[in-house]
Design a protein around this ligand. Structure first.
Ligand code: ADP
Ligand code: MG
Length: 594
């Protein structure tokens, strides 16, 4: 009875059995394991390994509660190097199912086996089997109809089993592993294969190939990560795996560090893909926190957080040079009807850009007679084509830089800037880029004090309710930090007297109105740090150059130069790309020059 109650914590469903049995195999030093499942694990779960095996007397005992060979004294609990230590898994499993265990050590002349039916243990008997251990678990929960009823369809349960199998597989790269369902081989992994190859088999080749690597080693804590690019984000955190000394764990500090590392590069509600491996001395954390051992307690969580964050962030910032253009493959473009641009991989907005590009390239007919790559060092202007009527709509520019090199850019549709780069060109969303520049600038300045402000020649007034006035009072500190000065100005009216110079692109009264709205919406819910961040986001958006705003050459030059000095300039603060890259290679493919 005691076992039945305790079992609830460890054995929730067939996948929990798979997890515990696989962990035991690994602790037993196995180099190969086979998991065979029938009917999503309701009918049978069988795990066989080639590990150290058990002598007959150990086999008889292993299914008793609190039986473990992995710790000897309570002080061993402080440095657990094995996956198991609670001595509860086999007892729990055997209390809720029909179990048959067969085991043979290197030294035994024959194998031994034992059967336990929902806690009823028969005696150990010799049998014939190979070295290692096989545990078969049949008809889970069959004496507990209430719990059996909660099992989901075979497909769903199999999904959970695959997930457990995947976690073990990622953490134990040297292990040969086989997963079979209803006699059908689902996954076969060979031990010692490169991790990327394993990820390719378990997830997809495409995902595996696109991951980038990073590592760091600080004071005995080693971090290794395979990271997805921001452009390959997912809608859930399902593809975020963390392993601590080859144990799959979930940890809110680590999740937070990962989220922070991707900050500003992902749209809200998107998650980066990551396989994160942490190695540290086992004295520096406690696994004895939760029955399933997926939660741990780090003794120095802050240090780990900052190591992970800086290691990942650095790598991601290095990638953040812009989003590669998603061009239709030349063959699919040919198939797509003109009104099916989306099907060919171009959204409406992308199409607008592409149209503008076509117009742009038409002007450079001379280019068509030579390979595009030889254009890399030429100027945008002056290639000798006759000016067309439409050209007047196109702002273009070629300005010598200090180093004698030439920067070439132009504005199209008063919204995008096309800028020639060494190996192609980029299209910049002027609003998104300026937004990012302002946001980073605001954040940097506010971190060290308040924003520099300027007195308005004419104070701007706006009407607010008493409730809103009260909100302005309670958030006086925030408003002061922003460098905004607001004074009462008659009944239900306030006046803005000073306004931050950095936000000169925004109208003061308008801005304060939006600030009030944001405070009404969010002030009660967010901690000061997050509230400030939202305000800065809003401020950057309001003060940034708008789409449709014509820019002078010097304004464009300034914007591009500021962009180069700004962290994370490839994405706006909401995570949308600011810059889309086209390489000459892409173009040559599109124009079928290769
Ligand atoms: P724990 O893993 O916490 O020690 P378990 O109930 O999972 O507890 O296992 C009990 C004991 O049975 C283990 O400590 C180990 O000695 C033995 N055992 C379990 N599975 C195997 C296996 N596959 N090979 C060898 N020994 C095993
Ligand atoms: Mg165990």
């Amino acid at each position: 009875m005691v076992n039945m109650i305790a079992a609830g914590e460890v054995i929730e469903r067939p996948a929990s059995v798979v997890k515990e049995l696989l962990e035991n195999s690994i602790d037993a030093g196995a180099t190969a394991v086979t998991v065979a499942v029938e009917d999503g694990g309701r009918k049978l779960i069988s795990v066989s390994d080639n590990g150290c095996g058990m002598e007959p007397q150990d086999l008889a005992q292993a299914f008793d509660s609190h039986t473990t060979s992995k710790i000897k004294t309570s002080s061993d609990l402080r440095s657990i190097a094995t996956l198991g230590f609670r001595g509860e898994a086999l007892a729990s499993i055997a209390s809720v199912a029909q179990v048959r265990a067969t085991s043979r050590t290197e030294h035994s002349p024959a194998a031994n086996c034992i059967e336990i039916d929902c806690g009823d243990k028969a005696s150990v008997a010799p049998c014939s089997a190979d070295y290692g251990t096989t545990i078969q678990v049949r008809d889970i929960f069959y004496k507990l109809p209430a719990r059996r009823k909660f099992l989901k369809t075979a497909n769903t349960e199999m999904g959970h089993i695959s997930e457990q199998f995947t976690r073990i597989a990622l953490a134990n790269n040297s292990l040969d592993m086989l997963l079979v369902h209803n006699g059908r081989e689902l996954v076969r992994l060979s031990g010692g294969q490169p991790l990327r190859q394993r990820i390719g088999q378990l997830f997809s080749q495409e995902m595996s190939e696109s991951l980038v690597e990073t590592e760091s080693d600080e004071k005995g804590t080693r971090i290794f990560a395979l990271l997805g690019r921001p452009t390959a984000s997912r809608t859930s955190n399902k593809f975020q795996y963390t392993f601590l000394n080859a144990r799959f764990i979930r940890d809110k500090f680590i999740s937070h560090a990962v989220k922070e590392a991707y900050r500003g590069m992902l749209e809200p509600d998107r998650f980066g893909v990551i396989f994160l491996f942490i190695e540290m001395p086992c004295e520096q954390y406690d696994v004895n926190v939760h029955p399933t051992k997926t939660e741990v307690r780090f003794y120095n969580a802050n240090l780990l957080h900052s190591q992970i964050l800086s290691c990942l962030r650095q790598r991601l910032l290095g990638l953040d040079a812009g989003t590669p253009a998603r061009l239709p493959s030349p063959s699919s473009a040919k198939r797509a009807a003109p009104d099916q641009k989306d099907a060919a991989g171009l959204g409406q907005r992308d199409q607008k850009i592409a149209d503008a590009m076509a117009e742009f390239f038409k002007r450079h007919k001379a280019a068509q007679t030579q390979p595009l790559s030889s254009l890399a060092n030429r100027r945008f202007t002056g290639t000798g084509s006759a000016p067309a009527q439409k050209d007047r709509d196109l702002e273009r520019m070629s300005a010598p830089q200090a180093g004698g090199q030439e920067t070439e850019f132009m504005q199209i549709h008063h919204s995008y800037i096309i800028h020639q780069t060494e190996d192609g060109f980029v299209i910049i969303d002027q609003h998104a880029l300026h937004e990012r520049i302002l946001y980073e600038g605001l954040k940097r300045r506010i971190a060290t004090g308040k924003l520099e402000s300027q007195r308005l020649l004419m104070p701007e007034s706006l009407e607010i309710t008493d409730g809103q006035a009260e909100l302005l009072r309670t958030n006086a500190q925030l408003i002061d930090k922003l460098g905004i000065e607001i004074v009462p100005f008659g009944p239900k009216t306030v006046a803005v007297q000073a306004f931050p110079t950095l936000l000169s692109g925004a109208a003061p009264a308008d801005f304060v109105q939006d600030l009030v709205d944001l405070l009404v919406d969010r002030a009660g819910q967010l901690d000061p740090q997050h509230l400030l961040d939202e305000v800065l986001n809003m401020a950057a958006c309001k003060a940034a150059i708008k789409a449709g705003q014509k820019l002078s050459n010097s304004e464009m030059r300034q914007l591009l130069a500021d962009g180069q000095r700004t962290e994370c300039s490839g994405h706006c603060p909401h995570g949308r790309p600011t810059t889309i890259k086209f390489s000459l290679g892409d173009l040559e493919k599109q124009f079928k020059r290769t």
